[in-house]
Design a protein around this ligand. Structure first.
Ligand code: FES
Length: 159
């Protein structure tokens, strides 16, 4: 496992970030975003520190993190792979594309590869239904996929 462990987290940097914010309730979300930007995710042991500093209960901090889908308590990959599970993609083989993407990456939906390169998600529609079935790797959209094209795609992207 190459995942960044919490032991490697720069505790001084974390303390500086928390100190930078006032002891009010409103800066919680900006602080959480800042910590995530800095470390890639909000590691669980930071939650009591944040709560103490902002005079909140840890469950309140956890509640806010759980509410916002853009806040993560697990390390994320450098690139997010989004496989479309919309109707247009589904009828053109989207299910197979998802299955093969999982096999290529060796992970399931919501998981991140051990090298922290990819996180796999599915989305309701990428918005380019005419190109179904589709996938997004990082910010790049790929369409008209079939199993061979998908294989080449991951070869090019190092997956
Ligand atoms: S249904 Fe897949 S892009 Fe719209």
């Amino acid at each position: 496992m190459n995942k960044k462990s919490e032991v490697e987290i720069d505790q001084k940097k974390l303390q500086d970030l928390i100190t930078h914010y006032n002891q009010e309730r409103w800066p919680l979300i900006p602080l959480l975003q800042k910590i995530q930007d800095e470390f890639g995710y909000i590691f669980p042991s930071s939650i009591p520190l944040i709560a103490r500093r902002l005079k909140l209960h840890p469950s309140e901090v956890q509640g806010v993190i759980s509410f916002y889908a853009q806040l993560y308590t697990e390390p994320r990959g450098r690139k997010t792979v989004r496989v479309c599970r919309g109707t247009a993609c589904h009828v053109r083989g989207g299910k197979t594309i998802l299955k093969q993407t999982k096999e290529h990456l060796g992970i399931d939906e919501g998981e991140t590869t051990d090298d922290l390169e990819y996180t796999l998600e599915t989305v309701a529609c990428i918005g380019v239904c005419a190109l179904a079935p589709t996938i997004v790797i990082g910010h790049q959209v790929y369409g008209n996929l079939n199993p061979q094209k998908l294989g080449q795609l991951f070869k090019r992207n190092g997956g």
